[in-house]
Design a protein around this ligand. Structure first.
Ligand code: ATP
Ligand code: MG
Length: 137
């Protein structure tokens, strides 16, 4: 069954949005197969966002991701990679539709509270980066 990597970033955890976000994925019908709260190192954040290393915001983004607890998760279900991104909404919360997580709960692109894998290859790589196989139920 299809799986994706979802993470609530430090701003989402700090703002107390964990249960709100989890319930949206649960109510949709997706299955939680792994979850843990961790503070990633800067080096780890750089690995996670390696595709963006040429972008001007890369350093600030990695500093931010490693600034506090992140709730790392794997969710499973039909179409979960694409539909998970739909639940999350557009990258820039100014452009996210109301009804989406970012649209309802975030305001600026640098504090958009949640990450979701953008395709099958990245989902596979991100799950392997953040979790040991034995952590997946
Ligand atoms: P994510 O990978 O976090 O799920 P995304 O796939 O919607 O987000 P990406 O293009 O992968 O968007 O960008 C990764 C993250 O980098 C964004 O979530 C956002 O926090 C940050 N980011 C993207 N564009 C900008 C920007 N122009 N200025 C500042 N931060 C940005
Ligand atoms: Mg992305």
């Amino acid at each position: 069954m299809e799986r994706t990597f979802i993470a609530i970033k430090p701003d989402g955890v700090q703002r107390g949005l964990i249960s709100e976000i989890l319930s949206r994925f649960e109510r949709k019908g997706y299955k939680l197969v792994a979850i843990k709260l961790i503070v990633p190192s800067k080096e780890f954040a750089e690995k996670h966002y390696h595709d963006l290393k040429e972008r001007p915001f890369f350093n600030g983004l990695c500093d931010f991701l490693s600034s506090g607890p992140v709730l790392a998760m794997v969710w499973e279900g039909e179409g979960v990679i694409k539909y998970g991104r739909k639940l999350i909404g557009a990258t820039d919360p100014q452009k996210s539709e109301p009804g989406t997580i970012r649209g309802d709960l975030a305001v600026v692109v640098g504090r958009n509270i949640i990450h979701g894998s953008d395709g099958p290859e990245t989902a596979k790589a991100e799950i392997a980066l953040w979790f040991e196989p034995r952590e997946l139920v």
